[in-house]
Design a protein around this ligand. Structure first.
Ligand SMILES: [Zn+2]
Length: 126
């Protein structure tokens, strides 16, 4: 099942790799369980113009987690929970995630609630 999810999420993983290249990558780690490429990047400059995304510390697309220079304790664990979520809902997860954000806003999005609860990282109001 995890392999099928990986294949179905491949388009998002490729987007994640493109975003990693845009974000000026520094180094890469491979995480197993869940399988993730953790790419440490220099800047999320391409997100700075998006309202409420100026302070982004990390983000995830498919099996790629991007960690930025402002990373705080347990932020990577938070991103790994998003990868588990996309493995649970292969292919459709990004659409369900954006629908949740549209209905409830970022912080009350059920996927964010789960990730902040399980990872124990902090949400900083912008
Ligand atoms: Zn999150």
């Amino acid at each position: 099942m995890v392999f099928i999810a990986f294949i179905l999420n491949l388009p998002y993983t490729i987007i994640g790799l493109v975003l990693a290249l845009l974000s000026l990558p520094r180094s890469i780690d491979v995480h197993t369980k869940p399988f993730a490429l953790i790419i440490h990047v220099r800047s999320f400059w391409w997100l700075d113009w998006v309202p409420s995304h100026k302070g982004v510390r990390a983000t995830t697309a498919g099996n790629v987690a991007l960690s930025g220079p402002k990373l705080l304790k347990n932020d990577l664990e938070h991103e790994l929970i998003h990868i588990e979520q996309s493995n649970r809902e292969p292919l459709i997860h990004p659409f369900l995630y954006f629908w949740e954000s549209f209905r409830h806003g970022y912080r009350k999005n059920k996927y964010e609630v789960e990730a902040y609860e399980k990872a124990g990282n902090v949400y900083l109001e912008k």
